[in-house]
Design a protein around this ligand. Structure first.
Ligand SMILES: [Zn+2]
Length: 561
């Protein structure tokens, strides 16, 4: 028995370490300070654990799951002898036949592993033989033809039994689900080698993984390295040659065979040992992915915390039964995991944390500062209200939550975003899913931000609320038909930071109404930030009814206009 030690290093390697721990289970390793210790025996049939981990974690997102989970439906109707089988059930069945069963059975990645599951079976043919059932001729109704239709359904169920049994067999899951996770999860982190090498001759992805990543580790452990001339780029241990490199890692490595200009004097000396390369292959298990967006928190105070914080993110994203996976999830999980005040409060006050996101096939880095953490904590309720808000610009969906967190992590204020959101709303643009109250929440978060950077101390939440109400009273008095002109001019003045123009419009409008101008407008002159905050808070009131209960309400409805 031999013990292997891996020490925390850069973020990518750390993601690999977390992935490794996830795959083998933390009870099977020893975490001590910056190191993970594990027994070399853990490498035996590691390839099985590797795929089993991805399949279990991402099960419900897999096309394999779509195929086999239909069995439950079928059993339900069989149990009550089709008494509850109605027109809608027929529609679902036909949809399943056309868009799931027939569609996936012929897909290339499925076809390539059929021989490994059962060489005598011909699922491609099964798929071809499937057809929609229960078609109605003109003037016929479902109820009239019911008996015939049920007969047809029973027949097609027999065919589906065969298909599902094949896919859901031990080997069916082993190979089909593995193919799914390769393309939906693993490929986010690395590519081009082993089972992701399009030229690979090995049909069995498990064997392909083992020969590429595990066998070299075993060989490495048996090699005498006393006279080795080189050292591993990551762990600094001696290595015999420079054969292994990191060119297979997405967006980080480079192909040393083709391009050496990245390294000193064009002589590549960036190579890793087999153990490190193996750990790098676990990177996709360290990140948590949603729709090809990944997140990893490189909080490397110790391996223990590194693993724990990412575990939290993962369970918040992948195992929260109440939440469906959306694009906001990684951010929401991130904010929730790190603003959890009950636990970990002390810990997160200690240091700035590196957040690594994988988006649009590139890695993006943020330092999650103490400041950003404070803002998230202060703004917890306001942020929650924004979860489902957003607008569509061309083909791009902009989500309030995501945009807000992104800007705060980058230390940017929200004024331009508030402006855009308000502008779209008052010009009656379609595809806006929020109301003025949500812009009020953005303002509140932005005020927390401004306070945190000490740009503005004099405006409290209560003050914003008051300004808001004055805006709303103004709206009630001001003629409706003049409002769009007023909106246009005021928003322009706010955007261009033109306080004189702004005050002109405000003074004119109030004198038109025969009312006194509220005193808070004078505060506009103290700073740019105050000016914008006062201005937008007023405009939120002018354009929407901001009742107190409205402000506390959770999120918008998806179809809110
Ligand atoms: Zn190494």
């Amino acid at each position: 028995m031999r013990e292997i030690e891996c020490r925390a290093s850069d973020w990518l390697f750390n993601a690999g370490l977390v992935g490794f721990i996830n795959i083998v289970g933390k009870e099977n390793v020893r975490m001590e300070g910056q190191s993970v210790f594990f027994d070399a025996d853990l490498l035996d049939s590691f390839e099985d654990k590797y795929f089993a981990y991805f399949i279990e974690e991402y099960e419900k997102t897999l096309s394999w799951y779509k195929i086999v989970s239909f069995k439950k439906e079928m059993d339900r109707y069989r149990k009550d002898d089709f008494a509850s089988f109605d027109e809608k059930a027929l529609e679902e069945l036909n949809n399943y036949i056309a868009n799931v069963a027939k569609y996936y059975l012929k897909s290339a990645s499925y076809v390539s592993v059929y021989p490994l599951i059962d060489a005598t079976a011909d699922p491609v043919e099964w798929g071809k033989n499937l057809a929609k059932v229960g078609a109605l001729k003109k003037k016929e109704t479902f109820d009239e033809k019911r008996a015939d239709i049920i007969q047809e359904v029973k027949q097609v169920y027999l065919k589906l039994d065969q298909i599902i049994a094949f896919c859901n067999s031990e080997k069916g899951e082993r190979y089909l689900a593995a193919k799914n996770v390769i393309y939906t999860v693993i490929k986010n982190a690395w590519n081009g080698v082993s089972f992701l090498n399009p030229q690979t001759k090995e049909k069995d992805t498990y064997v392909d993984y083992r020969t590429n990543f595990i066998d070299p580790v075993k060989e490495h452990l048996e090699t005498n390295l006393e006279k080795a001339k080189f050292t591993c780029f990551t762990c600094n241990q001696p290595i015999k040659n420079l054969k292994l490199d990191l060119s297979f890692m997405n967006e980080t490595g480079f192909d040393t065979a083709r391009k050496t200009s990245h390294v000193w004097d064009f002589n590549n000396d960036i190579a890793v040992c087999a153990v490190c390369k193996f750990i790098y292959s676990c990177v996709p298990a360290g990140f948590t992915y949603v729709h090809n967006n990944g997140i990893f928190i490189n909080d490397s105070v110790s391996i223990d915390t590194l693993h724990a914080v990412n575990e939290k993110i993962r369970s918040a994203i992948l195992h929260d039964p109440a939440q469906t996976l959306t694009h906001t999830s990684p951010y929401r999980a991130l904010v929730e995991a790190i603003t959890n005040q009950v636990e970990d409060k002390r810990h997160y006050e200690l240091a700035d944390i590196q957040v690594v996101r994988y988006e649009n096939e590139t890695y993006r880095f943020n330092i999650l500062s103490k400041r950003a953490l404070n803002i998230f904590r202060e703004s917890k309720n306001a942020l929650t209200a924004l979860q489902r808000c957003g607008f569509k610009e061309g083909n791009v969906n902009v989500n309030f939550y995501q945009e807000t967190v992104r800007r705060l992590m980058n230390n940017e204020n929200l004024f331009t975003f508030i402006h855009k959101a308000m502008y779209l709303k008052v010009t009656n643009a379609s595809n806006t899913y929020y109301h003025m109250g949500h812009i009020g929440s953005l303002l509140e978060i932005n005020t927390n931000f401004l306070k945190e950077i000490e740009a503005m101390t004099e405006i409290s939440k209560g003050r914003i609320w008051h300004i808001n109400k004055c805006g709303n009273e103004f709206k009630k008095a001001y003629p409706d038909h003049k409002r769009s002109g007023f909106n246009y001019k005021v928003l322009n003045a706010l955007k261009t930071n033109n306080r004189d123009a702004f005050m002109d419009i405000i003074l004119n409008s109030y004198s038109y109404l025969g009312k006194t101008v509220p005193d808070f407008f004078l505060e506009s002159f103290t700073s740019d930030e105050t000016f914008k905050t006062v201005g937008y808070a007023f405009m939120v009131g002018v354009n929407g009814a901001i009742e107190q209960e409205d402000k506390d309400k959770d999120g918008g409805n998806d179809n809110e206009k």
